[in-house]
Write a protein that binds this ligand. Structure first.
Ligand code: AMP
Ligand code: GLY
Length: 434
């Protein structure tokens, strides 16, 4: 099977490894890919936003399947253009990708279809938004969301009215260009956050989906969930204290109404929905939709998934997903992100990485190969990934594996999964204080 994978990060390296692990011979191309992905296929000098270049390559090469990793090309309509040429694409059309591309659109969708979520209002006028902040009664922090894509920086949890006012002025003043001229003000939700991925194959005639194991990401840079937010410093899954009844609740409260809502609204969906969920005192509530796989959640999911990935993604791409449940390996998977010095404010690039042999899977997120040596080349540099019978063992394997990787200034959280493990070992459930 000839496959074009669009993207270049850790998520795409993990997907590339799983595609190549298939029993079907896979001829892999990546745009733009990375030096690590180049070990698995051919990297093309085409950026993820180069719609004309990607389309021209596809028209000439006719891949059997195109897998689109990041949200930016999905929101820009890459899947639409390629589908119009008769290609099979795993990834949503622009109309569906708006669920991630516009927070205001997503909130209106949630409200229209009765999906539990934080109370919110959308503003396009600064004076009205300022008045709403002055009259705010939902408590703190005030959650402010830039409507459009802002590279993960468009959500601010303001601890005071003054901070909220400063933020809304910056947003509407064009901090993220047009993406932040519309702002959603949202009630703060308190609880345990989780990432729920669902493969979806929806059109007017049918609505099929398959849920992947819930994962938990760790967004803050420092241990104990301290310091600024990052793209994610580590993840694990499944979550040990979620019961089968809890999983059923996620399905009935969040997944079912999402899938039915898409169908009612006439959306076509051929890809993945990644639901950002907060399990509150009232049960699970939806924080946001993403229309792509999470990073680093994908690194965990690719370990757990016991399916032939090219076949599965092809089924979704052609509107032929024909199973409600997926084969999932027993046990638990975990990934720990090794980040560059200065991340998340910046990223010190070009630092030589010492990488010794290890039994664990090493995923490259931001590296570059020079004269046979790996150098740091991004904020999140490497991911160490493992699978074990349980979370405690997986954590021990990671701790041992960490001895094989280092560079000056490397940042790593050694507490990935620890809070959940302690919670589970104390016999607590998702309804206990987190
Ligand atoms: P989002 O991009 O919507 O996922 O927001 C980024 C992060 O902000 C989420 O992962 C949550 O940790 C946090 N967040 C978003 N919305 C809320 C909310 N209503 N209440 C509390 N935290 C939130
Ligand atoms: N790990 C969170 C994200 O991919 O958005």
């Amino acid at each position: 099977m000839k496959i074009l994978l669009v993207g270049s990060g850790g998520r795409e390296h993990a997907i590339a490894l799983k595609l190549k692990a298939s029993s079907i011979p896979v001829e892999l191309f990546a745009a733009p890919g990375s030096d690590a992905i180049a070990g698995l296929g051919v990297c093309l000098p085409l950026g993820v936003e180069d719609l004309p270049g990607l389309t021209a390559w596809c028209l000439e090469q006719r891949p059997d399947l195109v897998v689109i990793g990041p949200e930016v090309p999905l929101v820009a309509g890459l899947a639409d253009v390629l589908r119009a040429q008769g290609l099979s694409v795993f990834g949503h059309d622009a109309a569906t990708a708006r669920l991630e591309g516009s927070k205001a659109f997503a909130k209106a969708f949630m409200q229209r279809h009765g999906i539990p979520c934080a109370a919110s209002d959308t503003y396009t006028n600064l004076a009205e938004a300022e008045a709403a902040i002055q009259a705010w009664t939902y408590g703190f922090p005030i959650v402010l969301k830039a409507d459009g894509l802002a590279a993960g920086k468009g959500v601010v949890l303001a601890v005071s009215r003054d901070e909220a006012l400063d933020t809304v002025r910056a947003f509407m003043g064009g901090q993220f260009g047009d993406a932040s001229r519309t702002v959603v003000l949202e009630e703060p939700l308190v609880g345990m956050e989780l990432s729920l991925h669902v493969l979806v194959d929806i059109d007017r005639e049918h609505a099929r989906y398959a849920i992947l194991p819930p994962c938990q990401d760790h967004k803050r840079i420092f241990e104990g969930d301290q310091g600024p937010n990052t793209g994610g410093m580590g993840a694990f899954g499944p979550i040990p204290y979620l019961s089968p009844e809890d999983l059923e609740r996620l399905r009935t409260d969040l997944v079912e109404p999402t899938v039915r809502g898409c169908q009612k609204d006439g959306m076509v969906a051929r890809g993945v929905f990644f639901l950002g969920v907060m399990w509150t005192a009232n049960g699970p509530e939806l924080l946001e939709y993403n229309v792509r796989f999470g990073d680093p959640e994908t690194q965990v999911l690719m370990q757990l998934l016991d399916e032939d990935l090219p076949t599965l993604l092809m089924e979704v791409a052609i509107g032929g997903l024909d199973r409600e449940s997926l084969r999932i390996k027993e046990g638990c998977a975990i990934t720990v992100v090794l980040a560059a010095e200065d991340y998340p404010e910046g990223a010190k690039k070009g630092v030589a990485i010492s990488l010794k042999d290890t039994d664990l899977t090493v995923i490259h997120a931001g590296t570059r190969l020079q004269d046979g040596h790996w150098l740091t080349n991004g904020g999140r540099v490497l991911n160490l990934v493992t699978h074990a019978p349980d979370l405690a063992t997986a954590r021990k394997q990671i701790a041992a594996g960490l001895a094989s990787i280092s560079w000056p200034g490397m940042q790593v959280r050694k507490d990935i999964g620890l809070k959940a493990l302690t919670h589970a070992q104390a016999g607590k459930t998702v309804r206990d204080a987190w």
